[in-house]
Ligand binder design. Sequence first.
Ligand SMILES: [Fe+2]
Length: 145
Amino acid sequence: MRNETANIIVDVHGETTSEKIAMGRFLDGKVSAVIGTHTHVQTADEQIFPGGTAFLCDAGMCGPVNSILGRAVDPIMNRFISNLPASFPVAGGEVRLRGALIEIDESTGRAVRITRVDEPGLGAAASSEPEPKIEVEQAPSPEQT
Ligand SMILES: [Fe+2]
């Protein structure tokens, strides 16, 4: 791919920070940026490695803040407590845009700057609206089972 362009961005879709950092270090100097995804939780470790590769372990999620990974809280909580199957609707309320801006020297492919993004989403004025309440069946008590 380096024969076609010097500007390469790698999305490392993975769970563990150690694996994503290792991939970033492995690709340092070979690509312009390595950005992790998957956990939905933005990390604060943006940096440019010595070889010129920008890195952020996880870009975070674009979506509802008052949620569990973007889904309404109560159904997820009930699922953990009861271990019963349930649907997980998307949460309402305030949303945020998260990610990273990367400036690249296009002639070399080296990153010049990386800036984390964490901004209010469209409709931020509606952020004071309460999260829509969803009726969720409660897990049976030990006496009921
Ligand atoms: Fe994922």
